[in-house]
Design a protein around this ligand. Sequence first.
Ligand SMILES: NC(=O)c1ccc[n+]([C@@H]2O[C@H](COP(=O)([O-])OP(=O)(O)OC[C@H]3O[C@@H](n4cnc5c(N)ncnc54)[C@H](OP(=O)(O)O)[C@@H]3O)[C@@H](O)[C@H]2O)c1
Length: 252
Amino acid sequence: MTTRMTAVTDRVAVVTGAASGIGAATARHLIDHGASVVLVARRVDHLVDLANRLGPRALAAPADVTDPDAVAGLVDVAAALGTVDILVNNAGLMSANPLVDKREDEWRRMVEVNLTGTLNMTGAFLPQLLTAAASGRPADIVNVSSTGADYSMPGFAVYGATKAAISYLSAALRTELAARTLRVTDLKPGGVHTELASHTSNPPIREQLATAHERMRLLDPDDVADAIVYAITRPAHVCVSQLSVLPVDQAR
Ligand SMILES: NC(=O)c1ccc[n+]([C@@H]2O[C@H](COP(=O)([O-])OP(=O)(O)OC[C@H]3O[C@@H](n4cnc5c(N)ncnc54)[C@H](OP(=O)(O)O)[C@@H]3O)[C@@H](O)[C@H]2O)c1
């Protein structure tokens, strides 16, 4: 059987949240497939360490995606690798608490990182993505949403709302930009074994999340990275508009 995978050699990706978890795995997979990758997150040591391991096609670019000036600076930094034609909006934060606890600080931060951060990055890199698309090359945005966009769980209202907003944004962007051949993928992972749960301050929910891997076989970050690579390596006329990737134990 012939493969219909298109090469990512010579493509330039920006991956946010590359300091850990899904973002770090995605960066590794993209490098393995021949792309150049700009690694974005706040923890400089993690990014530099990953870039050193991935080699000269990886560039550590520390930035907070909620800071518009820092994001604007990323455009100049990324230029060292070429025109960006893949943007993976993956940086995210999950702080679960019941709504009645009124943790406005957590609400604000999740909206800023998950939604505003994605908007900042999209706005900054859209011109390059559209330039790539206009020149006949594939151009992709992958927005990492969550199954939490579709299913509510006690304590996860604001996190789920930000992810529902990301899924809506993906659909809206696709509608606006499909005529200009920019592909947008709304990626919804189920439970993945990463640091994400560690930011939850509520002790019972934190405990429940920390032991999730004892109740079910969670996904590895590599499983999600595989799905991202699948989406962006389809032939240029194919858009993987939505993709859910669940642990089998969560798919019953
Ligand atoms: N794990 C799951 O079960 C699961 C399920 C569905 C969806 N997701 C989504 O997958 C994405 C990745 O999460 P993960 O599971 O891989 O967790 P993770 O390991 O905690 O990754 C989150 C990444 O985002 C970065 N980040 C956080 N705030 C940032 C900011 N203001 N600016 C730049 N980077 C920032 C973090 O690095 P720094 O702290 O160094 O900035 C970190 O590398 C998130 O959007 C999450 O909502 C995860």
